[in-house]
Write a protein that binds this ligand. Structure first.
Ligand code: NG6
Ligand code: CA
Length: 510
């Protein structure tokens, strides 16, 4: 008799384990402006910069050689990562200014809202840069609503835009943290008074000089984009951001570890102004740009230690990506160029941030899940835009038909399952709408430059005119230097048409 009861019990136990493993915790670590060649596992030399913690994820997880973000600037990549829809489909998705209203409208389905519906606790900690507040823009002294909480995040702890833009305050849920009502925060585009100190009037007081923009209000000895006054008690030091992200992430994970959780860990490193904590300054063989990579790597290690300490590592899928390719001089004199040595931020690719060359969007891309993902290297094409559909497939979440218009389920490729296929093609864009596009299909790469200036750029930030359409064969020209459109008219026409229909049809997910 006993046996009869045992069988269903074992069966039941097996089911429980199975359904538990379908809802692992999910952490997406998104770096800022980190290039393909900026970490050890992707070729950075130890004498220039060491990244043992990111390398561990790559070596013990799956390292993608064709992992992409969808745009070569921040806001459009983040928009499409969350919504699963290309940013070029929507107006107003270019680099968001300090007073940008929320770009993603409340109730828009996002990767966070679908995981929340699947029973996850959800949070975003770190850089946001997708706007806050209604059409009038953020009410810094009141409620910052809508924001992440209106699109599926239970909790947010944010740097509102980028740290070279004002203001330097944290936003926790709907409010600026530590704001003293007697010292209201004002943020604007115009100088608030004649005597307001700026990077121009008080240039000799700066700790880091600017060379392009970044010369409005000064905070912490650094000129910023935009002006602000007040909110002094709420302001932070640039040097403390990385520690704060870890502190908040650790706290939130501890509080939510009993449920499956989704954490979007959005580091500001290695975006300008690069001002790492004192303990990281001088730790790389390069400038603060290298030291910021060391700091980012510390963040990754600290987060993994937290998972280990809480016994969560084997039940957590960690995905490491960047929001766009690398840039050296991004408007501050931080000696990123001068102290580069023989480091190659974009690895074998040309271009970087702001371009539709491979260097603009092909970045480190790692999936790590102890015991579940076999260590290896994958050449499959995957993109940040696919994470929504793929995580839906993993967790059994519903993917509504009217959302996630361009997100493909590449779960098996992300998990390194045998024979699993990634995408057949990759679309990339630079900034905002009606800009420039890249389309990679197999070994072919089409560049399309629509913007009025029709420029192409490299890491020197020089721009030069190019034809509207060019074609490259990545098999023997990974640097996209030799336009072979004339020799390959059929492929050229096919890729031009394919890109046009991707744009015209309004969606690519069937
Ligand atoms: C540019 C800034 C650059 C950086 C970028 C946004 C100037 C001259 N350049 O406009 O420094 O802030 O915007 O970067 O102001 S991103 O990674 O957030 O997209
Ligand atoms: Ca960025």
């Amino acid at each position: 008799m006993k046996k009869i009861y045992l069988i269903p019990l074992i069966f039941l136990l097996g089911c429980t384990q199975h359904s538990l493993s379908e809802k692992p915790n999910i952490i997406v670590i998104m770096a800022d402006d980190l290039g393909y060649g900026d970490v050890g596992a992707y070729g950075a030399k130890p004498e220039n910069v060491e990244t043992p913690n990111i390398d561990k994820l790559a070596n013990e997880g799956l390292k993608f050689t064709s992992g992409y973000c969808s745009a070569s600037t921040c806001t459009p990549t983040r928009y499409s990562f969350l919504t699963g829809t290309y940013a070029f489909r929507k107006e107003g998705t270019g680099i968001a200014p300090p007073n940008s209203p929320a770009i993603i409208q409340p109730e828009t389905p996002t990767i966070a809202s679908l995981l929340k519906q699947a029973g996850y606790k959800t949070a975003v900690i770190g850089k946001w840069h997708l706007g806050l507040g209604g059409p009038e823009g953020p009410d810094w002294n009141g409620e910052l609503n809508p924001g992440p909480r209106e699109i599926g995040f239970d909790y947010n702890f944010l740097l509102p835009t980028t740290n070279d833009r004002v203001p330097q305050v944290y936003v926790e849920n709907h409010h600026v943290r530590n704001l003293d009502p007697n010292d209201p925060l004002w943020v604007g585009r115009k100088k608030p008074s004649e005597d307001h100190p700026t990077g121009i009037t008080h240039r000799n007081t700066l700790r880091m000089d600017w060379n392009d923009g970044h010369n409005n209000t000064i905070h912490n000895g650094i000129g910023r984009i935009g002006f602000y006054t007040g909110g002094h008690a709420a302001r932070f030091r640039d040097e403390d951001l990385a520690d704060e992200w870890q502190k908040q992430a650790e706290k939130w994970i501890e509080e939510n570890k009993d449920d499956p959780f989704f954490l979007f860990f959005s580091s500001h490193d290695i975006h300008v102004p690069r001002m790492p904590h004192e303990r990281f300054q001088g730790q790389s063989g390069m400038s603060y740009r290298g030291d910021a990579i060391v700091q980012l790597d510390w963040n990754v290690g600290a987060l993994m230690e937290t998972l280990d300490r809480l016994n969560l590592t084997e039940n957590t899928l960690v995905i490491f990506v960047s929001d766009n390719g690398p840039v050296l001089d991004d408007g501050y004199d931080d000696f990123a160029n001068e102290a580069l040595n023989d480091h190659v931020p974009a690895g074998p690719f040309s271009g970087g941030k702001y371009t539709v060359r491979e260097g603009g969007t092909r970045t480190p891309f790692i999936t790590y899940w102890k015991g579940k993902i076999q260590p290896g290297i994958s050449d499959e094409m995957v993109s940040t835009i696919d994470l929504a559909a793929s995580m839906a497939a993993l967790t059994g979440a519903d993917l509504p038909n009217d959302g996630f218009l361009d997100s493909f389920n590449v779960l098996n490729a992300l998990l390194g399952k045998d024979e699993a296929k990634g995408r057949e093609y990759i679309v990339s864009q630079d900034n905002g709408r009606r800009g420039n596009y890249g389309l990679r299909n197999g070994n072919w790469k089409l560049q399309r430059h629509d913007s009025e200036r029709m420029y192409n750029g490299d890491l020197s930030m020089k721009v030069w005119p190019v034809p509207q359409y060019t074609l490259f064969n990545l098999d023997d020209d990974i640097g996209e230097t030799n336009d072979v459109s004339a020799e390959n008219p059929e492929v050229f026409t096919q890729l031009k048409d394919q890109l046009q229909s991707i744009i015209d049809e309004g969606r690519t997910r069937k």
